[in-house]
Design a binder for this molecule. Structure first.
Ligand SMILES: *Cc1c(COP(=O)(O)O)cnc(C)c1O
Length: 396
């Protein structure tokens, strides 16, 4: 017998979401998550994946994964600290440190897990964290888990950050104070003001923490937002994911050797959750090698992003103020945004609607994620569908 309290809770809340049009329906892919995807038998130009460089389907990564499965099997067999550390994991961590220009790095099962792991390994209830109001959900959860006082500052508002940092330090209430930000904000595509953040951090002796999930492989010729600003020496925690531009799955923290040594003995997902599979690790190593050997894919990503942005702007769409390949097409009204996305889908473009509460009310947008793997023909096809639906809905 299942609990009637639970049944009531689930039924009521699911119905409520469905009534409000907020219940997300998931469309399974019948193809790899490449530049073209197949859903319900239909081929669509894919503008919704984080596979920025097209590496998720790259033959070189697949070959590395196959080889690792043959050599090491499909599972790592234990958590890292028992005997789930294969020499592949060590190799990956050495590569990551080279890639990020840091002394050391530690790999986790996901980017989400990094934030669960790293923040609470260092911060506790006697500390405070200054957190950008638009930080990713996993940063928010990671901060909560640490039980530190969370002090939100207005998005990329450096005056606000400075005032709150000053208050926190002068209050004398906290042992440690950290400032934490996304490197690239995924809803608008804007870049954190890292040079100013580093300056404020130096002034008040703050610990610095940058989650660069959307910056790695994209900015700094691939090395990420911190490298883009030449600040590799100045940021204490550089978080990255292996799941977006790298094309596989997993996450990592890069930083000073002592920090990484500490995370290896104190971060709970490292101690209590089985390590990344051999295939994931080998494919990630190959991916990072490709990124370090050549900037070709990175250049192609930016070419495609600029092409799509110029095209949408020339059609008369509002594409916001993105500084990265993330290209929002801002529509405003939530219902209209959902309808726009659905009409694009009917005509052959897969671009998800993003609405409140993920973004503020009245700023609904369809978010486009161009990649290195798109051809100009695919982007032209997407633009002509955008033109058709934009005119049909009286938006351009
Ligand atoms: C996507 C994202 C994550 C989660 O990374 P996964 O590897 O997919 O778990 C964490 N932080 C930020 C800022 C992200 O954009």
């Amino acid at each position: 017998m299942s609990s009637s309290v639970l049944n009531h809770f689930l039924r009521k809340n699911l119905e409520d979401l469905k009534e409000k049009g907020l219940y997300n329906i998931i469309d399974p892919l019948e193809s790899p998550n490449g530049p073209l995807i197949k859903i319900a038998g239909k081929e669509l130009v894919n503008l919704s994946s984080n596979n920025y460089l097209g590496l998720a389907t790259d033959q070189r990564l697949k070959d590395a994964a196959f080889k690792a499965v043959e050599q090491f099997g499909v599972g790592a067999g234990a958590v890292r600290t028992i005997n789930g550390t294969l020499k592949l994991h060590v190799e990956l961590e050495e590569k990551l440190a080279q890639f990020k220009h840091t002394e050391a790095a530690i790999a986790y099962q996901s980017g989400f897990n990094c934030n669960m792991a790293a923040i609470s390994a260092v911060m506790d209830k006697n500390d405070a964290i200054l957190s950008d109001e638009l930080n990713h959900a996993s940063i928010i959860d990671g901060c909560r888990l640490s039980r530190a006082k969370i002090i939100r500052y207005r998005h990329s508002d450096m005056e606000d950050l400075r005032l709150r940092a000053k208050d926190a330090i002068e209050s004398g209430q906290y042992n440690k104070v950290m400032v934490i930000t996304d490197g690239v904000f995924s809803m608008d595509g804007d870049i954190a003001k890292l040079p100013e953040i580093v300056e404020i951090a130096a002034e008040f002796d703050l610990i610095t923490y940058v989650d660069d999930a959307h910056g790695s492989g994209v900015l700094g010729e691939g090395a990420g937002t911190v490298k883009h600003f030449g600040l590799s020496e100045k940021i204490d925690f550089q978080i990255g994911t292996l799941s977006k531009a790298i094309g596989v799955v997993g996450g990592y923290v890069a930083g000073k050797k002592e920090l990484i040594d500490w995370l290896k003995v104190r971060s709970r997902p490292f101690l209590f959750s089985t390590s990344l599979t051999p295939a994931d690790v080998a494919a990630s190593i190959r991916s990072i090698e490709i990124l370090m050997e050549s900037t070709e894919l990175n250049k192609r990503l930016w070419d495609n992003a600029n092409y799509l942005k110029t095209g949408l702007k020339e059609l008369g769409f509002d594409i916001g103020a993105s500084e990265t390949p993330i290209t929002p097409c801002i529509i405003g009204d939530e219902v209209k945004t959902q309808l726009f996305s659905k009409r694009l889908n009917d005509e052959g473009v897969y671009a998800k609607a993003i609405v409140f509460p993920t973004v503020p009310k009245g700023t609904g947008r369809v978010r486009n994620m161009p990649s290195a793997a798109h051809t100009k023909e695919m982007l032209d096809q997407a633009l002509s569908i955008y033109e058709k639906i934009g005119k049909e809905m009286g938006m351009i």
